[in-house]
Design a protein around this ligand. Structure first.
Ligand code: SF4
Length: 320
C-alpha cells in the first residue's frame, strides 16, 4: 500500500486533503506541527483521526520556529505570520520523516490563491524548491490547476479524482465536508495566533527586547501584559484561573491584594524597585481600589505595603 504524509493543521482544508487521498486507497499519516502559536494536538484531531482512520503525530517545532519568526527570509504576511518560511520549515521536517513512515510523498491542504502571500502559484513553486520536494507535494484541493506531481505521473494518485478549487470561496470545501460526513466543519486553517493583531503586539515586544523564548511565548497566552522598562515586564491575571496558573507555574516577583482574592501580578526579568512600585499600582488599578494593601512576594521574602492605583492614562502607556 502506498503511503503519504500530510501537513495537518486541524483545519478543514488539511482534513479534506487527507480524506481525498485516503479515498484512493492511500494510507495517510497526519503530522501536526506545534509552532507555539497554533493549537496543539487536541481531542478534535484525535476524533477525526479515529473516525476517518488515519494516524496522527504531533511534532514540536517551537525552537526552530522561533528562529524563523525572528528573521523570516520571505517576510511576514498581513500581521506577524511568516507563512512562506513556516511552510518551508514544516515541509523540510516532513521530508525528514518520509523514510521513517515509508511514505513517498507529502500532501497539504493549500488552495491556489486562497491567501494573498503564501498560496500564489509562483510561491507554491518556491516553497517546493526551497524544501527540495520537487514534484512530491500534492495539493489535492487545487491539484487539477497545478502541474502534475510525481505520484500522479506514476499512477499512484488518480488526478481525475482530485479538485480544481481556487481562491477564497468556501463553498466547494463545505460541500466536500458534507460528502465526507464532517459535522461542524472546522475553520479553513487551524487558527494561528500570529494572524491576530493584538497578540502580535505582544510578540513584537518580545522580539524587540530579544526575549522570544518558548516559555515567554506560552506566557503571552494568559493575562494582560505590560512593558514597564527595558528589562522588566508585568503580567496581570484576568481571572481566578489565570491567577492560580501564574502563582503555581512561574518564578519571579508576585504582587497580590492582602485581604481578598484579586489580580495576581507577576514581574518577569530584571526588575527594579521602581518597577515593583509600578506593578503594585497596576494591581491596585485592576482591584478597582484607589489605594490597596498588597503582598509583595519574592523568592526570599514577603512584605506588605500600601499603594495608590495607577491612572488609566498610564495604564495605556505601558499596556501591550
Ligand atoms: S498562518 Fe501561522 S501556522 Fe499557518 S503558515 Fe502562516 S505562520 Fe504558519
Amino acid at each position: 500500500m502506498h503511503r503519504a504524509l500530510a501537513l495537518y493543521s486541524g483545519g478543514l482544508d488539511s482534513l479534506l486533503s487527507i480524506l481525498i487521498v485516503k479515498e484512493q486507497g492511500i494510507d495517510v499519516v497526519a503530522l501536526k506541527f506545534f509552532t507555539g502559536f497554533t493549537a496543539p494536538l487536541n481531542e478534535n484531531d484525535l476524533n477525526y483521526a479515529k473516525k476517518f482512520g488515519f494516524k496522527i503525530e504531533e511534532i514540536d517545532i517551537r525552537e526552530k520556529f522561533i528562529e524563523v519568526l525572528k528573521n523570516p527570509e520571505y517576510g511576514y504576511g498581513k500581521n506577524l505570520n511568516p507563512c512562506i518560511d513556516c511552510k518551508i520549515l514544516m515541509l523540510k521536517e516532513a521530508k525528514e520523516r518520509l523514510s521513517k513512515y515509508n511514505a513517498s510523498f507529502i500532501i497539504t491542504g493549500e488552495v491556489l490563491n486562497q491567501r494573498p502571500m503564501s498560496q500564489k502559484r509562483e510561491v507554491l513553486k518556491l516553497i517546493e524548491n526551497k524544501s527540495t520536494l520537487n514534484g512530491l507535494i500534492l495539493r489535492p484541493l487545487s491539484a487539477k490547476l497545478l502541474i502534475p506531481t510525481k505520484p500522479e505521473a506514476e499512477g499512484i494518485v488518480n488526478r481525475e479524482l482530485l479538485y480544481d478549487i481556487w481562491g477564497r470561496t468556501r463553498k466547494p470545501q463545505l460541500n466536500l465536508a458534507k460528502k465526507y460526513g464532517i459535522e461542524k466543519p472546522p475553520q479553513p486553517a487551524g487558527g494561528c495566533l500570529l494572524t491576530e493583531p493584538s497578540f502580535c503586539r505582544k510578540v513584537k515586544d518580545l522580539i524587540e527586547y530579544d526575549e522570544l523564548t518558548v516559555q515567554n511565548i506560552e506566557l503571552l497566552k494568559i493575562g494582560r501584559h505590560f512593558r514597564v522598562s527595558e528589562h522588566c515586564k508585568v503580567i496581570v491575571g484576568r481571572d481566578e484561573k489565570e491567577n492560580e496558573f501564574l502563582l503555581n507555574n512561574h518564578y519571579g516577583t508576585f504582587i497580590y491584594p492582602k485581604d481578598f482574592k484579586g489580580p495576581v501580578v507577576l514581574l518577569t526579568g530584571n526588575c527594579s524597585e521602581k518597577n515593583i512600585d509600578m506593578a503594585a499600582s497596576i494591581c491596585a488599578y485592576y482591584s478597582k481600589r484607589k489605594t490597596l494593601e498588597v503582598v509583595i512576594k519574592t523568592a526570599t521574602q514577603e512584605e506588605i505595603k500600601i499603594y495608590s492605583a495607577i491612572t488609566e492614562e498610564e495604564i495605556l502607556k505601558y499596556r501591550l
